[in-house]
Write a protein that binds this ligand. Sequence first.
Ligand SMILES: NC(=O)C1=CN([C@@H]2O[C@H](COP(=O)(O)OP(=O)(O)OC[C@H]3O[C@@H](n4cnc5c(N)ncnc54)[C@H](OP(=O)(O)O)[C@@H]3O)[C@@H](O)[C@H]2O)C=CC1
Ligand SMILES: O=C(CO)[C@H](O)[C@H](O)COP(=O)(O)O
Length: 485
Amino acid sequence: MAAEQKAQIGVTGLAVMGANLARNFARHGYTVALHNRSVGKTDALLAAHGSEGNFIRTETLQELVDSLETPRRILVMVKAGAPVDAVIEQLVPLLEKDDIIIDGGNSYFQDTRRRERELAAQGIDFVGVGVSGGEEGALLGPSIMPGGPRKSYDALGPLLEDIAAKAEDGKPCSAWIGTDGAGHFVKMVHNGIEYADMQVIGEAHELLRAVAGLEPGQQAEVFEQWNTTELASYLIEITAHVLAQVDARTGAPLVDVIVDAAGQKGTGRWTVQEALELGSPVTAIAESVFARALSSAEPAMRLEAQQVLPAGIGGTTEDVVGDPEFVEDVRKALYASKLVSYAQGLDMLTMAGAEYGWELDLATIASLWREGCIIRAQLLEVIMEAYQGDAAPANLLFAPQFVAAIEDALPSWRRVVARAVERGIPAPVFASTLNYYDSLRRPRLNAALTQGLRDYFGAHTYRRTDDAEGVYHTLWSGDRSEVVA
Ligand SMILES: NC(=O)C1=CN([C@@H]2O[C@H](COP(=O)(O)OP(=O)(O)OC[C@H]3O[C@@H](n4cnc5c(N)ncnc54)[C@H](OP(=O)(O)O)[C@@H]3O)[C@@H](O)[C@H]2O)C=CC1
Ligand SMILES: O=C(CO)[C@H](O)[C@H](O)COP(=O)(O)O
């Protein structure tokens, strides 16, 4: 390669994601400058894949900066958190006005907002970009959710759209999401939905075994079949693969030798923390985060619980081994629960848009999630259509096609939750999504009594159903007459 040739994009951080994104850019004809803190990863990438395109090897950030055409585009793919700040701190003195730093990791969106503010003051565009698709997606086409200043997308968009996954209609799964941390926020909620999707699939897996008596290998066939229905999605597809996998060491299903303690890196937890701040009821995501915590936080307590806590099962319910009707019930319940968790996540995006001044377009977001990302699913095509046009539903569940789907699934959904409760099989997402659904449609909620109690012990006041304006208090410790507060 000619020494003076400049790269169109630089990537620093060449672990799984950075290396594969760099290769993806190179495969699309871009010259890519490579940098990693420890040079070993750079050399390993070049040794294994250097022939895939034009790469420029650099050892220092100064070399990386010098190898790029201006305005520079530098993709940072290092561990989220302090490493991102460390890299920015080292890069900034080397950059010029209008250069762009792109953070493609799973950064916390408030960090992204802060970084954008700080760098804008120095004339540098900082773009927080959500990237989903894991190792394979990064190489073959991820879903890309860029935030940051709108003008930065003019310089970045064409590159991102080139390497992004393409939906069935040929549209790239990359589009500008909104200012500052909007891209990372949307990726965070994507991951929250990913948690809920995986948790409810896990609940279905447990019920298929405990109630329907299906072993993992048989369940793999069930999931494979479900993947030909409206449940069709990447996570259902790979569930079939994982359940079919036999452990070479023991001959048992691999899933049975994996320790039942789920890890988490933070994006699900952040989604719930932020939902609490916004007052957004993402119950499916919250239950999923807590289910992972319960599985892993206190193993000794779980062991003791198995010894000391009774099941209290009355023996009124029987297994329905191999019963195709129960399997179909689980499938329909899974679809309904999935719809609710998407509805909750999208509602959270609407609330966040209002809070942070982002004009989040739910049709665009659904369109970006159609391919490339972990939650990609046939359903997202339908969700995208539901939000297109002027008559977008206030809640995803109100879209006519989903009202009909839920109506069809409801008897199954209720049977599955009832069966899980009767049998003492945990199904927090199946149950919490059904509770959300029933709460949403119930004319009166028990919140009225909560308000009465709050007024009783803390004079917190309440509003009356027959007076839209007034705020009232009952003199609970006096004569119990009502006064205007
Ligand atoms: N793995 C996945 O499936 C996905 C990951 N992401 C996100 O993408 C980002 C990258 O993920 P992944 O590829 O898995 O890599 P990791 O999150 O494991 O990060 C490893 C990389 O970070 C670098 N690094 C760590 N600390 C520093 C530091 N202080 N200064 C400079 N470089 C540092 C490492 O350099 P060195 O080699 O020198 O140690 C290495 O290149 C993360 O934010 C992750 O959450 C997003 C989507 C999917
Ligand atoms: O962003 C991702 C996929 O979209 C990553 O795979 C993420 O790390 C998954 O989260 P966790 O490790 O908490 O399960």
